[in-house]
Design a protein around this ligand. Structure first.
Ligand code: AHR
Length: 514
C-alpha cells in the first residue's frame, strides 16, 4: 500500500514553466530487504547469421588481412572479453529455423554455400559453424545458448546436434565431432527449441507449438554430465494467450520460456537512429517502459502455472530497432547507436532487475553490427564501441549481486504512449558486501539532484563513472569513436547516510559505495 501511495504521489507531470529549472528526486534503497540474485545472464548477448555480425564482425577467417586470432577479429574479441559476456545466443533468430547444422561442420572449403534468404539474400558460406561458435564461447568464457531448427528442421537433426556437441560416448555423432578435430565434448547449457515459431519460425498456433515443443524437448538428451536448460519459444510482446497456453500445456517440461520485445516506435516507419527530437526520444522511452507492464503480466501467468518459480523467463531478444543506416545493405539491420539507445539499455536493466525473481536471462539484439549492438565495425578495420556497450560495462557490477529493492519519487513526463518517470535506478550488493547504485536522469534537457537514502549502508565515499554527452543524439563514428564515452563522476557526496548526486540531462551514473 505504501509503495502504491508513493508511486501516485510521484506522478507530477513536468510543467512547461519548470522545464529548465533543476529538478530534484529521492530514492530510498531498502538495503535490508534484498533476497534475489541478479543473474549475470541478464547481461547476455545474441549473435545471428545476419548482415555483418558473424562475417566481418566476429569472424574474418584465418587468411584475412585484418588482425585475427584463429579467424576471430582480434579487436572485437578483446572488446568482448572486456565486457564479460556471460551467455551468447546463436545462430538466430529467424535464421535458426532455416539452419541445418551439418552444413557448418567439416573442412571449411567443402561446406556448402547457401543464400541467406531471410536476411538480404547474402551468401552464407557456412565457414562459421558449430565448432567456430562453441570455441568462441570458450574464448569469451560465455555459456553457449544454441537455438535449434524447429521450423524447417527435424527432431532427428536436433537430437543429433545435441549428441554431436555434448556426448563423450562412442557414438556416431561424437565420433564425427572427433573426426572434425574436437576430441572433448563441449558443455552446452541453454537449448532454445526454435525461435519465434509464432512467426518466422513456422507461423504456428500456440496450441500446435506446445506439442511440437514437447516432442523436440523429449529427444534433446542429457549426455555425460551435460544438463540442458530447455527453453520454449514464448510470446511476442503482450501475447498473453501464447504464454497461457505454453505454461498450461508444456510448463512442466521446460526450464525457461522466452519473451521478445523490441523498442520500436512505429513498425512501418521506424525512424532514424540518429535524427530525432526530444518528443521522439520521450516516446521511445515510453515504448521501452512498456516492458515493465509486460513482465508483470507474463509473470502473473507463470506464477499461476508454476507457483514454485521453477521456470525462468528469458527476454532473449530486446533492444531498439531503427531504420538501417543510409548506404548500407537492406536487410542487414545495421544501425547507429546514440545516447538514446544507452538510456533504453539502462532502463531495461533496471526493469529486468526488478523482476529478477523470474527473469533469468536477457539477450540484447544483437552483439555486433546488427540493431542495438555493442560494437560497430567496417571492412577497412575500423571498430567503435557504442554508447550501449558503455552501459553494459558500467552495469556489469550488478552481475550476480543481490538486488536491493528501492522506491523512487520523481517528476514524470508524458511520453506519448504512457507517462514516464524521469529517474530510474538499480541498487545491488555484491558478494564482497559492496553496494553499487546506478542512476539515470531520463530528462533530455534538465539536470536533476537525486537524494538517495541508504538506511543500513555504512559508506563514506561514492566513486564511479558517468555516461553522458552534449546531445541526446550524440554517437560514435569511425572518425570520432570516443565522442560518447564514460568519465569519472565527481558529482556525488554522502552526508549522514544520504547520498546526493547531481546528474546532467540524459546521463547514467554507476557508483560504488565504500
Ligand atoms: O533480431 C532480428 C530478428 O528479430 C530475429 O531474427 C527474429 O527472431 C526477430 O524477429
Amino acid at each position: 500500500m505504501k509503495k502504491k501511495l508513493l508511486l501516485f504521489a510521484a506522478v507530477v507531470m513536468a510543467s512547461a514553466a519548470g522545464l529548465n529549472a533543476q529538478k530534484s528526486a529521492t530514492i530510498s534503497v531498502r538495503a535490508s530487504e534484498g533476497t534475489e540474485i541478479i543473474p549475470k545472464e541478464i547481461y547476455g548477448h545474441f549473435a545471428e547469421h545476419l548482415g555483418t555480425l558473424v562475417y566481418g564482425g566476429l569472424w574474418v577467417g584465418e587468411g584475412s588481412a585484418l588482425p585475427n586470432v584463429n579467424g576471430y577479429r582480434s579487436d572485437v574479441l578483446q572488446a568482448l572479453k572486456d565486457l564479460k559476456v556471460p551467455v551468447l545466443r546463436w545462430p538466430g533468430g529467424c535464421f535458426a529455423d532455416e539452419y541445418h547444422w551439418m552444413d557448418g561442420i567439416g573442412p571449411r572449403a567443402e561446406r556448402p554455400k547457401l543464400v541467406n534468404t531471410h536476411w538480404g539474400g547474402t551468401v552464407e558460406d557456412n565457414s562459421f559453424g558449430t565448432h567456430e561458435f562453441l570455441n568462441l564461447c570458450e574464448m569469451l568464457g560465455a555459456e553457449p545458448y544454441v537455438s535449434v531448427n524447429v521450423g524447417s528442421g527435424t527432431v532427428q537433426e536436433t537430437a543429433q546436434w545435441v549428441e554431436y556437441m555434448t556426448s563423450e560416448g562412442d557414438s556416431p555423432m561424437a565420433n564425427m565431432r572427433r573426426a572434425n578435430g574436437r576430441e572433448k565434448a563441449w558443455k552446452v547449457k541453454y537449448l532454445g527449441i526454435g525461435n519465434e515459431n509464432w512467426g518466422c519460425g513456422g507461423n504456428m498456433r500456440a496450441e500446435y507449438y506446445a506439442d511440437v515443443y514437447r516432442r523436440y524437448a523429449t529427444y534433446a538428451r542429457n549426455y555425460d554430465g551435460n544438463r540442458l536448460y530447455k527453453v520454449a519459444v514464448g510470446p511476442s510482446e503482450d501475447d498473453y494467450h501464447w504464454m497461457e497456453v505454453l505454461m498450461r500445456e508444456a510448463g512442466s517440461r521446460m526450464n525457461g520460456i522466452s519473451l521478445h520485445y523490441y523498442t520500436v516506435t512505429d513498425w512501418s516507419a521506424k525512424g532514424s537512429a540518429t535524427q530525432f527530437d526530444n518528443d521522439h526520444y520521450y516516446y521511445t522511452i515510453s515504448r521501452t517502459r512498456y516492458m515493465d507492464e509486460m513482465l508483470q503480466k507474463h509473470i502473473a501467468i507463470m506464477d499461476r502455472y508454476d507457483p514454485s518459480n521453477r521456470v525462468g523467463l528469458l527476454v532473449d531478444e530486446w533492444g531498439t530497432w531503427w531504420d538501417e543506416e543510409p548506404g548500407t545493405v537492406r536487410g542487414h539491420l545495421y544501425q547507429q547507436n546514440t545516447m538514446r539507445d544507452a538510456m533504453v539499455a539502462a532502463l531495461n536493466f533496471d526493469m529486468f532487475h526488478k523482476y529478477t525473481r523470474r527473469v533469468k536471462m536477457a539477450n540484447i539484439a544483437q552483439i555486433v553490427n546488427v540493431l542495438q549492438s555493442m560494437i560497430l565495425t567496417n571492412a577497412q578495420g575500423g571498430m567503435l564501441l557504442t554508447p550501449t556497450y558503455h552501459v553494459f560495462k558500467m552495469y556489469s557490477v550488478h552481475q550476480d549481486a543481490t538486488y536491493l529493492p528501492l522506491d523512487i519519487s520523481c517528476d514524470w513526463i508524458d511520453g506519448g504512449q504512457r507517462a514516464i518517470p524521469l529517474v530510474s535506478a538499480t541498487a545491488s550488493r555484491n558478494a564482497a558486501g559492496v553496494v553499487h547504485i546506478s542512476v539515470s536522469n531520463v530528462d533530455a534537457t534538465t539536470p536533476q539532484t537525486v537524494s538517495i537514502n541508504l538506511p543500513g549502508v555504512n559508506a563514506r565515499n561514492a566513486t564511479g563513472e558517468i555516461l553522458t554527452s552534449g546531445a541526446i543524439n550524440d554517437h560514435n563514428t569511425f572518425e570520432n569513436p570516443d565522442k560518447v564515452k564514460t568519465a569519472p563522476f565527481r558529482g556525488a557526496r554522502i552526508e549522514r547516510g544520504v547520498l546526493t548526486v547531481t546528474l546532467p540531462a540524459a546521463s547514467i551514473v554507476t557508483l560504488a559505495l565504500n
